[in-house]
Design a protein around this ligand. Structure first.
Ligand SMILES: Nc1nc2c(ncn2[C@@H]2O[C@H](COP(=O)(O)OP(=O)(O)OP(=O)(O)O)[C@@H](O)[C@H]2O)c(=O)[nH]1
Ligand SMILES: [Mg+2]
Length: 509
């Protein structure tokens, strides 16, 4: 039987430490208004996990061995990379520069953007305009919606997800991070900017914590704006940022030696991006450039023969019904019969698109568009799951979860009756905590016998969660990508958790 591996072994341990550090700044008031993201909502993440889970063999969707080998030979690996970090750190600029350096944007377009940026008194934003495509984003110089683009290195096809850094758009950032395999954490080295990003009110910490929780297993920490006059490619400034970030990354659950790599960069001028830094610019840097570092990142292979699961992020009509999302488990092929859950609609796969290319098959981890027959677009909502017919995804109104409380709003008490927004794969749904079952000792990880009436910040608690609409989720131990979630209240992430038991609608718990 195939095994998959994943690194979300011990959520409580990982999160515990990150919380401690977040609590250092307990006054860090991360206010976030929920931004209307009706269609593009958090999706879950493919995950490399150290925990070994047995995957059930999907007899309906399992592709013949030779078929999939043939596929592995003929295409490059694919990785989704999310750009995260505090507002104005340079995420969109780096994204735009990547597209420019990979030949996808020509000089004339850049000149057009330079003019447009100048007209808006945002001269230095022209590179960001490649990623920030809507009027509001360009006028304010802030990403709102997660930007999406593609590029290739020697070994890998990358989908870039350019997340917004502004605190108002954290739900969109969650959406981007939850689709990603790896992250590029962008930090501005400019005097004062690193400090505001890192310290209270900054999004650097919240983004790191969310990324880890959402399954972003590897991070490249890009120290950007090294060209800035306040920095001048200073080794000391770079070292200061690395030494301040390292303990925090450790506390957030990242294995800094194995999973994190730092590198200096100038996104605006494209330095240390496609080619290595010249000694004349920066004599002290011996490491790789961004493209090489991205190319070298290894994440565990996914099992293409697992049960099929694809949370639906969006859908539209295009001479048929097309659904968009990331395949979290199994593979899809033209002609497959699948189920749209929870409405149990039998559908057939008519066509599959990866990026702009039509493909016959798509493997786990791919972001795809799938054309279906047997269902109308209006019968699908984002958050529905395209699933194998054999052992389809579970639809529930209620589930048990192990929760790590991060930081509740002031005066809030976490008791039965507590309401929050549940973000789990592409679902955003109001939920209520209906029962606190027991607490878990953070040290021994053992359940505590004492009856629990309420819990405080930092507690680990097993509780029952209820939602008003049927949702399709899985136990974390079966499909980590469909079983890990965040709870948010008034725009603030208050808890992270994993699903440990499901009460299937209409069935026994
Ligand atoms: N000097 C210098 N400025 C940079 C660099 N990268 C980005 N900037 C500037 O930083 C500002 C913000 O850049 P963006 O790319 O919009 O930043 P962002 O991280 O995408 O910001 P949000 O989307 O709002 O979170 C712009 O004025 C950029 O020109 C760099 O490497 N050097
Ligand atoms: Mg941006």
């Amino acid at each position: 039987m195939m095994k998959i591996t994943c690194d979300f072994v011990d959520i409580e341990e990982e999160i515990q430490s990150s919380i401690r550090s977040l609590q250092l700044d307990s006054s860090e008031n991360i206010e976030v208004e929920a931004v209307a993201t009706p269609e593009v909502v958090p999706e879950e993440v493919e995950k490399p996990v150290e925990m070994e889970e047995e995957q059930k063999v999907d007899t309906v969707n399992a592709a013949p061995e030779e078929d999939l080998h043939e596929k592995e030979d003929d295409i490059k690996r694919h990785l989704n990379v999310v750009f995260i970090g505090h507002v104005d750190a340079g995420k969109s600029t780096i994204g735009g520069q990547i597209l420019f350096l990979s030949g996808q944007v020509d000089d004339r377009t850049i000149q057009k953007y330079e003019k447009e940026a100048k007209d808006k008194s945002r001269e230095s934003w022209y590179m960001a305009y490649i990623m920030d495509t809507n009027e509001e984003e360009r006028a304010k110089g802030k990403t709102v919606e997660v930007g999406r683009a593609h590029f290739e290195t020697e070994s890998t096809r990358f989908t870039i997800l350019d997340a917004p850094g502004h605190k108002s758009y954290v739900p969109n950032m969650i959406s981007g991070a939850s689709q990603a395999d790896i992250g590029v954490l962008v930090i501005s080295a400019r005097k004062g900017e690193f400090e505001t990003g890192y310290e209270r009110g900054g999004q650097t910490r919240e983004h790191v914590l969310l990324a880890k929780t959402l399954g972003v297993s590897k991070l490249l920490v890009v120290v950007n704006k090294m060209d800035d006059p306040t920095v001048g490619w200073s080794k000391e400034r770079y070292g200061e940022i690395e030494s301040k970030m390292t303990p925090f990354l450790k506390q957030s659950g990242y294995n800094v030696k194995k999973d994190v790599q730092f590198l200096p960069l100038s996104g605006l001028f494209g330095v240390n991006m496609k080619t290595r830094l010249g000694k004349s610019v920066c004599p002290w840097w011996d490491g790789p450039c961004l493209f090489d570092a991205l190319d070298a990142i290894q994440i565990p292979l996914r099992d293409p023969n697992g049960l099929f699961r694809m949370p639906i992020m969006d859908r539209y009509k295009d001479m048929g019904t097309v659904v968009m999302g990331k395949i979290e488990s199994g593979s899809a092929r033209e002609g497959d019969s699948l189920l749209v859950m929870p409405n149990k609609a039998h559908v057939k796969v008519l066509a599959i698109h990866c990026d702009e290319n039509k493909v016959r098959r798509a493997a786990p981890g791919e972001n795809v568009r799938i054309k279906l027959s047997g269902i109308e677009e209006e019968d699908i909502l984002s958050g529905f799951v395209l699933s194998s017919i054999v052992q389809p995804v579970t639809a529930v109104f209620e589930f048990d979860a192990q929760l790590q409380i991060l930081e509740l709003l002031e005066n809030a008490i976490f008791t039965p009756g507590y309401k929050a927004m549940l973000h789990i794969h592409s679902i955003v749904e109001e939920c209520e905590i209906v029962k606190l079952l027991h607490k878990i000792d953070p040290k021994t990880k053992k359940p505590l016998k004492k009856k629990v009436l309420f819990v405080k910040n930092g507690a680990i608690v097993v509780c029952r969660v209820q939602v008003n609409n049927l949702i399709c989720i899985e136990k974390f131990s079966d499909f980590p990508q469909l079983g890990r979630f965040t709870l948010r209240t008034e725009g603030k992430t208050v808890a992270v958790g994993k699903v440990i038991a499901l009460s299937p609608a209409g069935g026994a718990a």
